[in-house]
Ligand binder design. Structure first.
Ligand code: AMP
Ligand code: MG
Length: 535
């Protein structure tokens, strides 16, 4: 492979070449009609300082470490300097927020720099988040604080290494500016450090990018964007036609189902699954008030804005994805004008999610397949015992792998010995009453029986389970500790976590503290258990 320098990166900005632009080039907030994007330049910053970069993403762009560590790099990825071939723009989109149509939203704090074609011929869009106001900023400043940028940077890369579709993060840069933020919107504003993340993805197009045109009855522009998306990101579907639109919608449903199954596998809660935060490629996008389950709880949400309705809680994510897909179906209806096939594809999402979820659950348990006759009850009871007492999800599955299924289970059915390996997963051992212990033991016995019946050895099962049940996830308190340090000028923990999360399925002997339960102090601390949309 030949490496590139910043100067030799090859740009081919197809989105702006093929789709209609907003003719207005002044940067002020407005409604933008009949256009997919507006040209806008990032706001210059006073003192850019690179905090971290992801070498794997640099590699996608064929950039060396040396190039990433050069003074030019932080100038470019803070938005201070444009490279030859970059033509920055912000896209126009709408969306349903918390179930209500919100009208035009758009890239209010994201600016696309251009599309790089790498050595392998792949197309990757570069996008700065937090680079200043755009025509879509509404009443906000277009900026991002260090806290939210650290969270986006680390989680994007953590997701990638877990094997979950996601937008990527190339770099995290301080801007040298200070920004006023009222973190919980409760009248306590404070000054925070400004930062910019450079995100990288094949496309940042959201359901909302299509919705805005159907809401405005701009069907011709809608069709242009759909055709463009199919030709660019779904070329295997063939030339756009009503039939291809249906196949495309089907693929979007499938990808979305797969994505949510992954989130359920690792205990990830997105926190704001508005239709403008749904990627058309089925990527995890827009890391805001997201969170990771420590103790398993299906109705947990990290987002304080959603604390009452819990629309976007862990257990509701598949249902919400389905709701969002229904909005997308309505959006593209004018291009198809037949409701029945759209409805049946939408229905198939439910079946596909269910199938994927069952398969994933059986894999988490190290089984060969999901056998409805036995596993329906096994999994239902598992989810019940996980919520019976406070049980750490991540630790539970890792430790479950250690249970010996090659011994006769009946010998110690009444003792705690059977539970021994999973004791680490319990937050409050006093909650383990005799009845609870009995119920958990009963479940372990049926699990052992199930595994023995299938003839799976300890070794095979452990290998399988440890390759799908992570040992390390970006627990909320871990990100917060890295942020606390970075706010004091010490960026070491950001890089330490980035390295840790490169190998989430391994046992890293010097890093076992990060595989432990959430510490008690983090139970109610802001940033660890509660987050706002400004996160
Ligand atoms: P989110 O809830 O972060 O997905 O954002 C919803 C909408 O608000 C999007 O159109 C964002 O671009 C916009 N937005 C969020 N934060 C800001 C900000 N600080 N400045 C400008 N626009 C923002
Ligand atoms: Mg968003």
């Amino acid at each position: 492979m030949t490496y590139q320098t910043l100067e030799t990166l090859r740009f081919d900005n197809r989105f702006i070449h093929e789709l209609p632009a907003d003719p207005e080039t002044e940067n002020y907030c407005r409604q933008v009609m009949r256009a997919c994007y507006s040209f806008v330049k990032p706001t210059k910053v006073s003192q850019p300082q690179l905090i971290a970069y992801a070498k794997e993403v640099a590699e996608i762009l064929n950039l060396t470490d040396e190039e990433c560590e050069s003074p030019d790099f932080e100038q470019v990825f803070s938005g201070n300097r444009m490279l030859k071939g970059m033509t920055p723009y912000a896209t126009c989109y709408g969306g349903h927020q918390f179930g209500h149509w919100a009208g035009q939203l758009g890239d209010g704090r994201a600016i696309n720099l251009g599309e790089v074609i790498n050595q392998q011929g792949e197309r990757w869009v570069l996008q700065l988040k937090g680079a200043g106001q755009t025509p879509y900023s509404r009443r906000a400043d277009g900026l991002a604080v260090l806290r939210s940028s650290v969270r986006e940077f680390l989680c994007s890369e953590a997701m990638y290494h877990l094997g979950i579709p996601t937008t990527r993060a190339l770099s995290l840069t301080l801007t040298g500016e200070e920004i006023v933020r009222d973190m919980f919107y409760d009248g306590n504003p404070k000054l925070e450090l400004g930062a910019v993340v450079c995100r990288v993805a094949p496309s940042f197009t959201r359901f909302g990018n299509f919705q805005i045109f159907s809401a405005r009855r701009e069907t011709d522009v809608l069709q242009q964007l759909v055709d463009y998306t199919i030709r660019t990101d779904f070329p295997h579907l063939g030339e756009p036609s009503p039939e291809v639109y249906l196949n495309w919608f089907h693929e979007v449903c499938q990808r979305t189902a797969e994505l949510i199954v992954h989130w359920m596998r690792v205990g990830f809660v997105h926190g704001v699954m508005n239709t403008d935060n749904m990627s058309i490629l089925g990527l995890t996008i827009d890391y805001g008030p997201y969170g990771w389950l420590d103790n398993y709880s299906s109705d947990w949400t990290p987002n304080t804005t959603d604390a009452e309705g819990r629309r976007y809680c862990f257990g509701n994510q598949s249902h919400i994805a389905h709701w969002n897909l229904a909005q997308l179906a309505q959006t593209i209806y004018p291009l198809i004008e037949k409701a029945e096939p759209l409805q049946s594809i939408l229905d198939s999402y439910v079946k596909e999610f269910e199938r994927g979820w069952r398969k994933m659950m059986s894999q988490k348990l190290g089984l060969n397949t999901f056998e409805p006759a036995t596993d329906e009850t096994l999994v239902t009871e598992l989810l019940a015992i996980l919520q019976l007492v406070e049980t750490d999800m991540t630790i539970f599955y890792r430790q479950l792998a250690l249970i010996d299924t090659e011994v006769e289970s009946s010998s110690n059915i009444n003792g705690v010995t059977l539970m021994e390996p999973i004791m680490d997963a319990y937050y409050q051992p006093t909650q383990l009453t005799n009845d609870n212990v009995k119920r958990i033991n009963n479940w372990i016995c049926s699990y052992i029986e199930r595994v023995r019946h299938a003839g799976i050895s300890n070794e095979t099962r452990r290998m399988r389970m440890n390759s799908i049940n992570p040992n390390y996830v970006l627990r909320n308190y871990m990100a917060q500790l890295a942020i606390d340090k970075a706010e004091q000028g010490d960026n070491s923990m950001i890089n330490e976590l980035l390295e840790l999360l490169r190998y989430p399925y391994d046992e890293q002997s010097k890093k076992q503290e990060y595989a432990a339960k959430r510490p008690e102090w983090a139970r109610h601390r802001a940033g660890c258990s509660m987050l706002s949309c400004s996160s």
